[in-house]
Ligand binder design. Structure first.
Ligand SMILES: *[C@@H]1O[C@H](CO)[C@@H](O)[C@H](O)[C@H]1NC(C)=O
Ligand SMILES: *[C@@H]1O[C@H](CO)[C@@H](O)[C@H](O)[C@H]1NC(C)=O
Ligand SMILES: *[C@@H]1O[C@H](CO)[C@@H](O)[C@H](O)[C@H]1NC(C)=O
Ligand SMILES: *[C@@H]1O[C@H](CO)[C@@H](O)[C@H](O)[C@H]1NC(C)=O
Ligand SMILES: *[C@@H]1O[C@H](CO)[C@@H](O)[C@H](O)[C@H]1NC(C)=O
Ligand SMILES: *[C@@H]1O[C@H](CO)[C@@H](O)[C@H](O)[C@H]1NC(C)=O
Ligand SMILES: *[C@@H]1O[C@H](CO)[C@@H](O)[C@H](O)[C@H]1NC(C)=O
Ligand SMILES: *[C@@H]1O[C@H](CO)[C@@H](O)[C@H](O)[C@H]1NC(C)=O
Ligand SMILES: *[C@@H]1O[C@H](CO)[C@@H](O)[C@H](O)[C@H]1NC(C)=O
Ligand SMILES: *[C@@H]1O[C@H](CO)[C@@H](O)[C@H](O)[C@H]1NC(C)=O
Ligand SMILES: *[C@@H]1O[C@H](CO)[C@@H](O)[C@H](O)[C@H]1NC(C)=O
Length: 617
């Protein structure tokens, strides 16, 4: 790249490159951008802010949110989160009351406030993703990473930015070309300041206010950066990172002080964001609301008792606990640029969420686990195939890469532990409880009274096992009487402790470890969520497994796990649970009136034996 093109001039031209929004235009701000894949962020904001605040919707949304939080197992922990998690301390009920009293101009502002409040809980289980305002993804053509050069760490514009962002196609690049903004020359630039703060200080602001998802600060620092991952389609992918790819449209440009590659000159460059449409197509304001914001068939739950003739038979899987986060930034998956794809031949069975390789030393097998999700049985057959091939190839060391692993089925975390430790090791520690709030107790009592089983209800007793791994009988009430628990001075009783039912597994399990456990290690960027966090914690606690974490910023340790384990139920799942129990009048008469169907929270808390939920480092 030529370093010397008149960058100062370009920066100047760019500063006000974005057209101002069409607010003075009485015409429809959504019609103006309909059908376009990429639009100036200010224009997308004008459309999203075209809907005035509506008190009916506020009361509806806050009522639902307040009742969803009744199920949230961590609520009282937030009143006084112990160090180093104190950044998340808040009084959730006071937050809801504040949002109930705040004056908002637009529906966007109201939703953004809820989004921000739940984001700052820093628990990826518990988020508010309004479809309406997640309809565009903001993208800055300057994703950042933290790199070390001659022993010194600094923030840089990702060196692969050109190969990476060109994957967005000519609609993306032509916008910048038409503005004569050369974003390509920024690739690899050393970043000194962002928005007037030192680069790492700005990263900290993003980690504290935008990233969410992870309880410790360090993993959120890594979320701010661009990083590699396996995406929801099981392809190698690159996250844009939360600096360059925030979910909500709140910024139209970002100002950097930087030094481009092969230059020594500091310059100030203001880089515009571009908004990428990822919602449901519309033609104008009315259809934008109807297609992206109004409630639809998936917003609320259903009474599964009425659909029993279409229910799966007992040979089909139970309603398995999933402990996962939705990392929806960006929803438009970007591939990992071709030059950075692994060149080692993949080990058999790498089509799913697990990609396996043998390193050139012929001694080390690598399993890159994108999640514990996807096809439940394939995860198991792929694990067996990879480890069998490793053994046939005389591999003696195993490296598990858990970078950006968003979690998934609790039972697959249990499975992988059992496979690596051997079944002779016994139960690793994945006990669960649920909050014994009055409605949860009524749901379970109603399930028992009607003989409702695990095929249509999460709360059904036969979905769980006693601590001796015997499945609970259909009439066993594990939530009443409750077990006393006091958290931060508040009484917050829970159910008794129980196990998930995970066995039998789909593949033959080794009785003893396939590899000496001393030769098994884990590497990740600490963005390891829920089931991933439980799995890593257990490997570390039970086998002293070495865990290496990369990234972060100078002077701050990064936890190897980002959160506790929690089974997540979305609003529609909870609503289904209540309707199926026949308690419609008690609760589900409240229907969400707008399509915010990602409102979700952790309901069944999966603590490892050592209570990793609030474990100190
Ligand atoms: C920087 O300089 C090196 C050595 O001259 C050259 O190989 C490289 O292509 C240059 N990079 C850019 C981006 O100009
Ligand atoms: C550009 O966007 C339009 C829709 O706005 C789409 O029809 C077209 O296929 C896109 N072109 C490319 C190269 O992605
Ligand atoms: C507010 O939203 C409700 C529910 O969608 C709707 O029925 C009502 O007409 C809206 N009120 C105004 C003033 O638009
Ligand atoms: C909001 O506050 C009003 C009174 O100020 C109260 O009637 C209403 O129930 C509150 N809504 C929620 C969801 O808490
Ligand atoms: C939400 O947080 C973002 C990022 O900190 C901020 O720009 C925005 O003003 C906040 N919005 C509201 C309504 O609090
Ligand atoms: C379930 O099994 C019964 C018989 O065992 C069969 O009649 C029915 O069609 C099956 N239902 C489904 C949805 O497969
Ligand atoms: C990989 O899978 C293919 C087909 O399933 C099989 O023929 C082959 O032997 C396997 N290779 C190894 C090294 O296991
Ligand atoms: C690893 O195995 C390959 C293929 O058998 C061989 O070509 C290579 O030399 C081996 N490498 C080492 C370090 O032994
Ligand atoms: C693995 O080791 C065995 C025994 O030393 C040897 O016979 C076999 O060729 C080795 N396999 C590979 C793939 O290197
Ligand atoms: C397992 O524990 C339950 C509850 O304590 C008990 O009722 C049951 O008999 C036990 N089952 C076995 C096989 O020990
Ligand atoms: C793990 O390491 C600690 C400290 O060195 C030691 O006390 C413990 O026995 C080890 N546990 C296992 C399972 O190896």
């Amino acid at each position: 790249m030529k370093a010397s093109i008149s960058s100062a001039t370009l920066a100047f031209l760019l500063t006000r490159a974005l057209p101002s929004s069409a607010t003075s235009d009485a015409s429809d701000p959504c019609a103006k951008i309909a059908g376009l894949a990429f639009v100036p962020t200010a224009d997308a904001i004008a459309c999203q802010k075209a809907f005035p605040f509506n008190e009916t919707l506020r009361q509806n949304v806050l009522t639902v949110i307040s009742r969803v939080f009744d199920f949230f197992t961590f609520e009282d922990y937030y009143l006084d989160s112990p160090a180093p998690f104190q950044e998340s301390t808040t009084n959730i009920r006071a937050d809801i009351a504040r949002i109930n009293q705040t004056k908002y101009e637009t529906d966007f502002d109201f939703n953004a406030d809820i989004y921000n409040f739940t984001t700052k809980l820093n628990d990826g289980h518990t988020r508010w993703f309004p479809n309406c305002y997640n309809s565009y993804q903001n993208i800055l053509p300057a994703p950042v990473v933290s790199l070390e050069e001659d022993g010194v760490q600094n923030v840089f514009i990702a060196p692969d930015s050109v190969e990476f962002l060109e994957l967005l196609g000519s609609n993306f690049t032509s916008f910048f070309d038409s503005k004569h903004f050369d974003w390509r020359r920024l690739a690899g630039a050393k970043v000194l300041e962002i928005e007037g703060l030192s680069a790492y200080d700005y990263i900290d602001v993003v980690a504290s206010t935008v990233s969410g998802n992870y309880l410790p600060h360090g993993p959120r620092v890594n979320s701010a950066f661009s990083s590699y991952r396996i995406d929801g389609t099981n392809a190698f992918s690159q996250r844009i990172g939360d600096v360059a790819g925030p979910e909500l449209l709140t910024q139209t440009e970002l100002t950097f002080k930087l030094i481009t590659v092969n230059s020594t000159r500091e310059e100030t460059v203001t880089v515009p964001f571009l908004a990428n449409f990822i919602g449901t197509p519309f033609t104008d304001k009315e259809s934008f609301w109807a297609n992206n914001c109004a409630a639809n068939d998936e917003t609320n739950g259903v009474d599964l008792r009425l659909q029993s003739n279409t229910l799966p038979n007992t040979t089909t899987p139970r309603r398995r606990a999933r402990a996962a986060i939705i990392d929806s930034a960006p929803k438009n998956a970007l591939g990992l640029p071709a030059p950075f794809l692994p060149t080692l031949p993949p080990v058999n069975s790498s089509a799913g969420v697990i990609k396996s390789f043998i390193l050139p030393d012929n001694k080390t097998g690598v399993m890159f686990l994108g999640s514990f999700d996807g096809d439940f049985n394939q995860f198991q057959t792929d694990t067996l195939a990879a480890i069998t091939q490793f053994q046939q190839s005389n591999v003696t060391h195993l490296l598990l890469d858990l970078t950006n692993n968003g979690g998934g089925f609790v039972c697959l975390g249990f499975f992988l532990h059992s496979f690596l430790a051997g079944t002779d090791f016994g139960y690793p520690g994945f006990q669960s409880t649920s909050r014994a709030n009055p409605l949860a107790q009524r749901i379970l009592a109603a399930d028992i009274a009607q003989g409702i089983g695990e095929n249509i209800a999460f709360y059904a007793p036969d979905n769980w096992a006693f601590l001796n791994d015997t499945a609970m009988p259909l009439d066993f009430n594990y939530n009443d009487p409750s077990a006393p628990l006091t958290i931060n001075g508040r009484s917050d009783p829970t159910s008794i402790r129980f196990h998930d039912i995970c066995t039998p597994f789909a593949v033959p399990m080794p009785a003893t470890p396939p590899f000496d456990l001393k030769n098994v290690a884990i590497v990740s960027n600490g963005d390891c969520a829920s089931t991933c966090a439980m799995f890593s914690t257990l490997m570390n606690e039970r086998h002293n497994t070495t865990i290496a974490v990369f990234g972060g910023k100078p002077g701050e340790a990064v936890e190897f796990k980002g959160m506790a384990g929690n089974q997540v139920l979305e609003w529609s799942d909870l609503d289904t649970e209540i309707k199926t129990a026949g308690l419609k009048d008690a609760f589900s008469r409240v229907l969400l009136l707008s399509a915010n169907w990602f409102a979700k929270t952790g309901v069944f808390q999966h603590a490892t034996q050592l209570e990793n939920r609030m474990e100190l480092p």
